[in-house]
Design a protein around this ligand. Structure first.
Ligand code: LLP
Length: 417
């Protein structure tokens, strides 16, 4: 199994000089390498359908490139449905997956006749009322889950996600009342889990598929494929994973007497390694024994470390192009007026340090593997404008979202008379 390699000193991203990109587009900026996205979609070609979980990175240009690479798309909100349509997806290529319908999402799902993946029994009733006779998927919580953090575990009794596995019968009866046919079964136990836990889903899928029976034409393995964030971590073996699911699908197909479509629904796997956040070092200061590199990106730009204690590879890109710098232990933090604004922290908020080349003010710093759950989780906290996004394709850097301005920040705010 191959391990990932990360270097702590870099001069290039996607074949272009980082310092030039930072000067051209300013900092902080998300950079994406289009080639990586296309490669990741291609990795999963054995599955009948790769359905991109756009919550990971939903810029229209990224959706467009994912679409051109041949992946279909998942949407979890009215906004994501509209993004998918705006990026050129046909309604039949979009699945709405959620645990509830809000008014806007239900309206769009009905207007565009979207296939719905129901994560609660009530969704069947609510869709049935306005679209009797529809085909739906049931998202089932198999009773167990696993993720890189408790906050990304989406199975088991503590999770709000999906239809509890022993309520499937009840849901089939509800569906019957509206002439709704359950044609799909979906399970997603968590994000950033491991192959061992993912493999357990096959067994649960097979058992519950037998409860639903022969109306099923599609099973979805959900998302959750991990990517390595540290040099010690390995890539999952996609072939092994596919084989497990293929065997499950084939047994079901034999039992039902018809073919079944096998879907996978990755977010992180397609986007994480394609993107990084580039920031500028603005201060290098000592606090007791700790050396802090303070950069102009904060948890308003990349929330994963403060939210989950997530580890992102960090590299220094020296402004002067130096390829050799002595190393030190440094804490990397941002500009926000909150002590949790630290990129090198462990779960629970404990400040950690990282062995990095000594940085100087004006150097650039890369937070890597930030393409998934990076920009999409950015906020305007401390009245910071959200960063620019840039797509690098065939050696050319293209702006795909301009940096927000002060006008963007206050749009919609009203001072009453
Ligand atoms: N399908 C469903 C139904 C999901 O809920 C998710 C993720 C995915 C697919 C995609 O999972 P992935 O392949 O990306 O692991 N913000 C967190 C991750 C939250 C994931 C939520 N659902 C993070 O930064 O790690």
């Amino acid at each position: 199994m191959s391990t990932a390699t990360f270097s702590t000193l870099r001069t290039q991203f996607a074949g272009l000089p980082i310092a030039d990109l930072a000067r051209q587009f300013g900092t902080p900026t998300y950079l994406y390498d289009a080639k990586v996205i296309a490669e990741k979609v291609a990795d999963l070609a054995a599955f009948d359908v790769v359905r991109y979980a756009q919550k990971a990175c939903s810029n229209l240009a990224i959706l467009d490139r994912v679409r051109r690479a041949g992946a279909l798309v998942d949407a979890v909100s009215a906004g994501e449905i509209r993004r998918a349509l705006a990026a050129g997806y046909q309604p039949e290529e979009i699945v709405y997956t959620a645990d509830i319908f809000d008014a806007a999402a239900l309206e769009l799902a009905v207007e565009h006749k979207l296939h719905v993946n129901c994560g609660s029994p009530e969704m069947i009733d609510q869709l049935g009322d306005v679209r009797p006779g529809a085909d739906v998927t049931l998202r089932v919580n198999p009773g167990f889950g696993h993720g890189h953090s408790q906050k990304t575990n989406t199975g088991g009794p503590q999770s709000k996600h999906g239809i509890w596995h022993d309520q499937v019968d009840d849901c089939l009866r509800r569906a019957d009342q509206y002439g709704i046919t359950v044609t799909g079964l979906h399970m997603h136990i968590g994000s950033g889990t491991d192959l061992e836990h993912l493999a357990q889903v096959c067994e649960a899928m097979e058992r519950i598929a037998q409860v639903v029976g022969r109306t099923l034409t599609t099973i979805s393995a959900g998302g959750g494929l991990p990517v390595p964030y540290r040099s010690t971590e390995t890539y999952v073996n996609i072939e092994d994973y596919f084989r497990l699911w293929d065997a499950t699908r084939n047994r079901l197909a034999e039992s039902f007497g018809h073919a079944l479509r096998l879907e996978i629904e990755p977010g992180r796997y397609l986007a994480a390694e394609a993107g990084c956040l580039v920031a500028e070092v603005r201060a290098v200061k000592k606090m007791g024994d700790n050396l802090f590199f303070l950069v102009d990106a904060g948890f308003n730009d990349l929330a994963r470390p403060v939210m989950y204690g997530a580890y992102h590879p960090i590299a220094i890109a020296p402004r002067d192009g130096a390829t050799d710098r002595p190393e030190v232990d440094a804490v990397v933090g941002g500009p926000l007026c909150e002590s949790g604004d630290i990129f090198t922290q462990k779960e629970g908020g404990y400040v950690d340090s990282r062995r990095l080349p000594i940085a100087r003010v004006g150097d650039y710093l890369l937070l890597e593997n930030a393409g998934a759950y990076g920009f999409v989780m950015a906020s305007n906290y401390n009245s910071k404008t959200r960063p620019a996004e840039v797509l690098i394709e065939d050696g050319e850097a293209k702006l795909i979202r301009r940096r927000e301005t002060f006008e963007d920040l206050i749009r919609g705010e009203i001072i009453p008379e």
